[in-house]
Write a protein that binds this ligand. Structure first.
Ligand SMILES: NC(=O)C1=CN([C@@H]2O[C@H](COP(=O)(O)OP(=O)(O)OC[C@H]3O[C@@H](n4cnc5c(N)ncnc54)[C@H](OP(=O)(O)O)[C@@H]3O)[C@@H](O)[C@H]2O)[C@@H](O)CC1
Ligand SMILES: Nc1ncnc2c1ncn2[C@@H]1O[C@H](COP(=O)(O)OP(=O)(O)O)[C@@H](O)[C@H]1O
Ligand SMILES: [K+]
Length: 526
């Protein structure tokens, strides 16, 4: 799914009006009505007190449309106009009149003295500022946002939490609505995916207001995407009936050191379980028994006694993962440098191998094109230096991948996969994945996919999706805390299967009379 900039949304807005022969007021009515329907479906006439705060622009206009419908449906709605400027838009003014015609006279807020009391039991709808925000909020609006945030009542933001910029970072002194949920129009904004905005974005969803989809699809300069199930479904390679293990590649996993054989064990197992036909682990001698006993399916070659120093192997892999548990002893560093000078195979580089690259950045030049680096933010910072904010981080990421012609998987809650000048945001997973060895498993899944001939960028996107999906599927059974890196491996099969099963609908559970869900196997359609 495309992530659009504010400018692109305004363009889509104009095109829609032109192509569908509607007025901007009709589009606003549509947007406000879709929001109202969303709310009405959930509240079902609940008498809870609802406070709607409307700015004087088109975001405020949306709020006024919602207020009118809510009033007409008998909700206990209280509407406020936040009068931060006299430059009211036509959409606002028209809907202000319509609301008054419908019998609601909003309270105009001109100063702190006009703020209403808000309790934790109330519902707040935030339509103060939308994507038209182009400068710091000042004056009483700052106090109002703080006032709205204080009781921690359920706050639904329309289009974007007021005070957040769609496409640039806020400064530390800016005040933003801390939304419980955000209903955004047609496509998400990049602000929703950045860790720095965590206090303001809890959950969000893009709602269809009928903007021109053909126009959106034709936008050439879209560079940011959210990875969806259908994207990874289309990447999935079906196995031929007469295929054999030789068709699914050979992954070599180089890693481990005394005390960290577990890391390379997890990576090797993940490579095998993501479907690599063969897997060999090149490990220190001290890990031999451990690895052979833990995973009999994996072949083992050994290096020095307690760490990897020589990086020499006789197996014939088509891709190599290097780094998990490898350490940064001098002999490992010099061995890795020599290895990079002679190696021609695509690499998946993780953990301490990344740290070695950070110590000697010249080595980056030796990485074969189309290799994949999987840093967490700290490892990425060691590679590229500190960033000012998350947008700066993403710019650094794009520059880094284009300079070295590689794929980077920047891990975190919304792991970003960067390739060329495009960014793909993964949304599967949850904090259960924040556990030792979780990254080692991801490296294994990705290398196993590359071994099977997935393009590097596809392996990175697909692997990250599956890795996260295991946690999404598991937590309702395992809970968050008992979920470990080994649990990712346990659920990898279910994650694959989930690609081809219907998602359980999020809303409206089926009536009791409906048949219970079938076994997953019955629902397979490939
Ligand atoms: N395109 C779509 O898909 C659809 C969009 N729709 C809705 O329109 C919304 C965008 O509306 P919008 O352009 O009127 O801007 P909005 O966010 O209401 O701000 C109002 C004005 O405030 C000003 N201003 C800016 N920063 C400020 C500040 N810090 N402090 C004070 N003032 C500040 C600035 O005006 P200025 O003062 O610069 O002239 C700005 O124009 C969008 O989010 C969505 O909800 C739907 O109705 C239909 C479909
Ligand atoms: N809050 C979270 N939500 C979703 N995924 C997460 C979260 N925290 C961590 N992860 C994922 O877990 C993995 C952790 O990797 P990493 O930090 O390298 O762990 P380790 O070094 O223990 O293997 C990454 O894939 C990351 O995206
Ligand atoms: K808003």
């Amino acid at each position: 799914m495309e992530i659009l900039t504010g400018k692109q949304i305004y363009q889509a807005d104009k095109e829609t009006i032109k192509n569908q022969g509607i007025t901007s007021l009709e589009l606003m009515e549509r947007a406000g009505t879709v929001c109202f329907n969303w709310i009405h479906q959930r509240l079902q006439g609940n008498p809870v007190k609802i406070l709607i705060f409307c700015g004087i622009g088109n975001n405020g206009g949306d709020g006024l449309v919602i207020a009118r419908h809510m009033h007409q449906y008998g909700y206990n709605v209280h509407c406020f106009v936040v009068n931060f400027s006299d430059k009211r838009t036509e959409g606002f003014l028209e809907n202000y009149d319509k609301l008054k015609d419908a019998g609601v006279w909003p309270t105009v807020i001109k100063s702190v003295d006009d703020f209403p009391e808000i309790t934790a039991q109330d519902v707040v709808i935030d339509a103060i500022l939308g994507i038209g925000l182009d400068r710091k909020i000042e004056g009483f609006t700052v106090d109002l946002i703080k006032h709205i945030n204080t009781p921690q009542s359920y706050t639904l933001s329309i289009d974007i939490p007021s005070g957040l910029f769609a496409d640039k970072s806020i400064s530390t002194t800016d005040t933003v609505i801390e939304a419980s949920h955000t209903l955004t129009f047609q496509r998400p904004k990049i602000a929703f995916l950045l860790p720095e905005n965590e206090p303001f974005i809890y959950t969000w969803e893009a709602i269809d207001i009928g903007l021109d989809e053909n126009f959106i699809a034709s936008l050439k300069e879209v560079k940011h995407f959210i990875v969806e199930k259908r994207d990874v479904q289309s990447m999935y390679k079906v196995r031929d009936k007469f295929s054999h293990k030789g068709n699914f590649g050979h992954s070599l996993v180089i890693g481990g050191s005394y005390g960290k054989i577990g890391a390379v064990t997890l990576t090797s197992k993940a490579a095998l379980k993501s479907g690599s036909g063969l897997v060999t682990a090149l490990i220190p001698e001290c890990g031999y028994d451990i690895l052979q006993i833990s995973i009999p399916e994996v072949m083992v070659e050994v290096d020095s006694e307690k760490q990897i120093e020589l990086f020499q192997y006789v197996s014939q892999p088509n891709v190599i993962a290097v780094g998990p548990g490898i350490g940064t002893l001098d002999k490992t560093i010099s061995g890795f440098e020599k290895f990079l000078k002679s190696n021609k195979l695509p690499l998946v580089i993780d953990a301490d191998a990344l740290n070695i690259l950070s110590i000697n950045k010249k080595l980056l030049e030796l990485i074969p094109e189309n290799s994949i680096l999987t840093p967490h933010p700290k490892e990425f910072e060691r590679l590229v230096g500190k960033w000012k904010n998350d947008h700066d981080k993403l710019n650094k990421l794009k520059k880094f991948v284009t300079k070295y012609k590689i794929v980077v998987v920047l891990k975190g809650a919304n792991t970003v996969i960067a390739f060329n000048d495009e960014l793909y945001f993964n949304t599967t997973g949850n904090p259960a994945l924040a556990t030792a060895g979780s990254g080692d498993v991801l490296t294994g899944i990705i290398v196993g996919l590359v071994a099977q001939n997935y393009l590097p960028v596809e392996a990175a996107i697909f692997g990250t999706y599956l890795h996260g999906k295991t946690a999404s599927l598991a937590v309702s059974k395992t809970g968050i805390e008992t979920f470990t890196a080994s649990t990712i491996l346990e659920y990898l099969g279910e994650a694959y299967l989930s690609l081809f099963t219907e998602d359980t609908p999020k809303q409206a559970p089926p009536p009791a009379s409906k048949k219970p869900p079938q076994d997953t196997d019955d629902e397979l359609y490939v």
